[in-house]
Design a protein around this ligand. Structure first.
Ligand code: BEZ
Length: 338
């Protein structure tokens, strides 16, 4: 078994066609076919069912694809890291989720640049989940995100917890209530915008499907009442998880692609949402932002980096962040990557 055979198998498995795989890999169809045959002969296993169009993987082929794909991704990451170790980049490439841009990110970057004038900084707007791949491929050196990642390649520092505020349309009956309870919000349509599911929890597709308006309407012909969530651990959508932790399931939800769209819908009177406090400057003509009475309804901010490759400027970046926290009287616990 060799790398060429494995790469040929991955291309065929992903594209389900010898001709498409030949185009993408630049290897001729007969050569691809020969590489796959050699691999199958070496292993004494049929990986691809050639009689179907498009081609299909056998059960053994599906298992093998899963494992080998992960292995080749890891091999790519090791290659990139080794190259970077031999020639580290002078600049600092920083990934960030959009929500931190409305908070302290601009100030953090300005302070870091003042203190490290010789370092070129490149910023990249990238989701929490994609940051992990971007760190491994070397596209970014560090990432600011809102989720902890359980990945053997990644380490993270929890910078702080930011409180969630409820965003309500100005015309909402609760718009002027100063200290809100999650239970009182459960009858309003909750607009969900996270693209990431909480790590390490069970998939919730069944619960999400169960929460579609039509399914819910069938069961609640009279005045609907918020339900008590039975299995908190089965909820992986971050806002639903916060509600579930308080034993509440919102009656109606809508899912949108990002935070900006969610706030646009709130402004249009389509529902409510929860956002980190730094977002309270957005669309203030149409949206009322109110605090929640629950202290633990917060959104964490993490700084991620690779375990085996810490950019020499990362600890200077942390120094700039902590300096700003000190100036603003923000509670934090000082940490360093080692
Ligand atoms: C913060 O809001 O605490 C923060 C945002 C971006 C980078 C670092 C810190």
């Amino acid at each position: 078994m060799d790398l060429k055979q494995l790469k040929a198998f991955i291309a065929i498995a992903e594209l389900r066609s010898f001709s498409a795989a030949a185009k993408v890999t630049g290897i001729s169809q007969p050569s691809l076919s020969r590489l796959l045959k050699q691999l199958e002969t070496d292993m004494n296993v049929a990986l691809v069912d050639r009689y179907h169009r498009p081609l299909q993987l056998t059960t053994a082929g599906l298992f093998f694809y899963d494992k080998i794909d992960a292995l080749l991704t890891e091999l790519d990451a090791i290659t990139h890291m080794t190259q970077r170790l031999s020639a580290p980049s002078k600049g600092l490439n920083i990934g960030f989720v959009p929500s931190v841009l409305y908070g302290l990110l601009p100030e953090v970057i300005a302070t870091f640049k003042q203190q490290n004038a010789d370092t070129e900084v490149n910023l990249k707007d990238i989701s929490s989940y994609q940051q992990i791949e971007a760190l491994k491929s070397g596209e970014i050196d560090v990432g600011f995100g809102r989720f902890a990642h359980q990945d053997p390649w990644i380490q993270q520092i929890l910078l702080r917890h930011e409180r969630y505020l409820v965003a309500l349309p100005k015309a909402h009956p609760l718009a002027d209530v100063k200290e809100q309870r999650l239970l009182d919000l459960a009858n309003s349509r909750l607009i969900l915008y996270h693209q990431t599911h909480l790590p390490g929890l069970i998939n919730t597709d069944s619960i999400a499907a169960d929460m579609s308006t039509s399914a819910r309407d069938k069961r609640t012909k009279q005045t609907p009442k918020p339900e008590v969530a039975s299995v908190t651990d089965s909820v992986t959508e971050p806002l639903l998880y916060l509600f579930a932790q308080h034993g509440i399931t919102p009656l109606r939800t809508s899912k949108v692609s990002d935070l900006q769209v969610a706030l646009g819908l709130v402004a249009a009177g389509e529902g409510i949402t929860l956002v980190p406090a730094s977002l309270q400057v957005m669309r203030t003509k149409q949206i009322s932002y109110q605090r929640l009475i629950h202290e633990n309804v917060t959104s964490p901010i993490y700084l991620h980096t690779l375990k085996d490759f810490i950019h020499p400027k990362v600890n200077d970046l942390l120094t700039a962040i902590y300096e700003i926290y000190e100036q603003r009287g923000i509670t934090y616990r000082r940490q360093q990557f080692v």
